[in-house]
Design a protein around this ligand. Structure first.
Ligand SMILES: Nc1ncnc2c1ncn2[C@@H]1O[C@H](COP(=O)(O)OP(=O)(O)OP(=O)(O)O)[C@@H](O)[C@H]1O
Length: 277
């Protein structure tokens, strides 16, 4: 689970994010939508500590196996799924367990962040002279992931035909797939994707949609931003709407589209309406 609470970030005179609060749940694909400059990318970067928030917190609730030292969760609510009953920070573990609650962990406090959260926030930054496979092998070795993961992620993102080509010859869509493969190396429970359909052809977009749905269907969490609303219409369960740096609407896709005859119409209606959250 991802929990963002009252996140805020200012760049000089620009208030990029003023108050963003939402939850992205396991087993669901959550779409982060909003007009250009609304604060989506800044929010996603704050989740994974690429940008330090001025205020607020962002936490992840990892699965039990991801906790340091295999610590047993005591007092987690009964009858919850693995994702729902997941972990706490080392410090929060004892306190949270005593209280019978489940606490999230900030990205930097995760024992093995890459095994909990995979993030694609830009197309792959890889050495142009290296092959996709070479890039993945290097990252896997640096991060301590098993070498066998490289072939698995190449297959998972459909990069097989290009894996041994130099990255400098990759199209944008191939780079997107390489970035996703890199994020998957740690076999994460959570995927954070910023505009992942950029550069993908129609077949690639359908493939990405299926990939996200399958990832969520396995009980994991997907948070995806996009301004291409028609892409999200067939891939997300929940919507988080950000406007002028604030969350102005959160809920299910069905409830969101009830605000208009189409997703686009609902978006236009809600981005000009007064905030409801
Ligand atoms: N490093 C930065 N320095 C200064 N201003 C920034 C920086 N990063 C973002 N901003 C500003 O913060 C605001 C939010 O930007 P952000 O990229 O988060 O929006 P976005 O919703 O992702 O937009 P888009 O849909 O156009 O990608 C914008 O006004 C942007 O110009």
């Amino acid at each position: 689970m991802i929990q963002a609470t009252a996140l805020a970030k200012r760049f000089g005179q620009v208030e990029a994010v003023t108050d963003v609060t939402f939850t992205a749940r396991p087993g669901r694909v959550t779409g982060l939508v909003g007009p250009n400059g609304a604060g989506k990318s800044t929010t996603l970067r704050m989740l994974v500590d690429l940008i330090k928030p001025d205020a607020g917190t962002a936490t992840f609730t990892p699965g039990q196996q991801q906790l340091s030292g295999g610590a047993e969760l005591q007092g987690a609510p009964a009858g919850k799924s693995a994702g729902e009953s997941a972990g706490e920070s080392a410090a929060g573990l004892a306190a949270g367990s005593a209280a019978g609650s489940v606490l999230g962990v900030r990205y930097r406090e995760l024992p093995s962040p890459g095994s909990v959260v995979g993030a694609v926030l830009d197309v792959a930054l890889a050495h142009p002279g290296m092959s996709g496979r070479g890039h993945l092998r290097t990252i896997a070795a640096l991060a301590g992931h098993p070498g066998a993961r490289v072939d698995e992620v190449i297959a998972a993102v459909g990069l097989g035909a290009y894996a041994d080509r130099r990255v400098k010859g990759y199209s944008t869509g191939m780079r997107q797939r390489l970035a996703l493969a890199t994020a998957l190396l740690g076999d994460p429970e959570v995927l954070v994707l910023d505009e992942p359909s950029n550069g993908l052809d129609p077949a690639g977009i359908v493939w990405l949609r299926t990939f996200m749905r399958d990832f969520a269907a396995s009980g994991r969490t997907v948070l995806v931003s996009s301004h291409v609303l028609t892409d999200l219409e067939h891939s997300v369960d929940d919507i988080v709407l950000i406007n002028h740096g604030r969350t102005t609407w959160t809920g299910t896709l069905a409830d969101f589209t009830a605000h208009g005859s189409t997703l686009e119409q609902a978006f236009l209606t809600l981005t000009t309406a007064e905030p409801t959250t």
